[in-house]
Design a protein around this ligand. Structure first.
Ligand SMILES: *Cc1c(COP(=O)(O)O)cnc(C)c1O
Length: 240
């Protein structure tokens, strides 16, 4: 028997992880009155080599990936198999130009200013960009995001912009060791999500609630999430 390489072993681990996570997602979806396919699994690929990302795409059926940094995504893009990609990390206005047209959705829109620039660049490139609004649901000073109180007003302003579509909300709740508290943040997000779903305009078509990461995707789904962003539980701990 030939010895397996590190790469082979890691690929096997990734396959197992995805299988297990899919089962848990399916269970949580059913528990919350939905179908397994109603919840999308995003593989978060920051710091992960493209060979492992491509394994997840070609061998495990991953059809959605998320990257945090514009530069990192662009450096990997040419080596990646075809797959829907979203930007999920904080986006500076001066980097918008580089990312518009390269990803289907920018999940981390946290100001009217950045939304305006995404709109401007989308017009120039003749593309439409989907966006999610990142909400700072825990009023956490250490996090980016729109405060829940100003969400309504900000959506109304963004609704005026061309060539972008608001598809929903994204959040990262404050780190806390009490899962009950975390669950409450997710439930508050779900309420906001239902509120803004009622808004109807040409470029506000809300259907996505992106919440839940490796440590908390099950409670997030139970509270109504329909897109979970999972990194380390798929690819292993990150080494920077
Ligand atoms: C890194 C990251 C994730 C995934 O985190 P894990 O805990 O590794 O699953 C999800 N969302 C965002 C915005 C991230 O930056």
């Amino acid at each position: 028997m030939t010895e397996k390489s590190y790469t082979d072993l890691r690929c096997e681990q990734i396959s197992e992880n995805i299988k297990r996570i899919r089962n848990e997602i399916a269970e949580a979806a059913i528990k919350s009155g939905r179908r397994p396919e109603d919840v999308r699994l995003m593989a978060v690929t920051k710091t992960v080599d493209t060979c492992f990302i491509n394994h997840a795409i070609s061998e495990c059926g991953i059809d959605l990936i998320g990257e945090n940094k514009v530069q990192e995504f662009l450096s990997k893009e040419d080596e990646l198999l075809p797959c829907e990609a979203h930007l999920i990390g904080h986006l500076q206005t001066n980097k918008v130009k580089q990312i518009v047209g390269r990803v289907k959705c920018i999940q981390s829109v946290d100001s009217v200013k950045v939304a305006k620039e995404i709109s401007k660049q989308s017009v120039l490139k003749n593309v439409n960009t989907d966006i999610l609004l990142e909400v700072n649901i825990g009023h956490d000073d250490a996090k980016f995001g729109i405060s829940p109180e100003s969400l309504d007003e900000i959506i109304d302003e963004i609704a005026e912009l061309e060539s972008i579509t608001v598809r929903g909300l994204m959040t990262i709740p404050p780190i806390c060791d009490d899962i009950v508290k975390t669950q409450r943040f997710f439930e508050n997000m779900y309420r906001l999500f239902l509120d803004i779903q009622a808004k109807k305009s040409d470029n506000v078509r809300v259907s996505v609630l992106s919440q839940g990461m490796s440590a908390d995707y099950v409670p997030a789904i139970l509270a109504g999430s329909n897109l979970v962003r999972v990194g380390s539980a798929i690819f292993g701990d990150r080494t920077y």
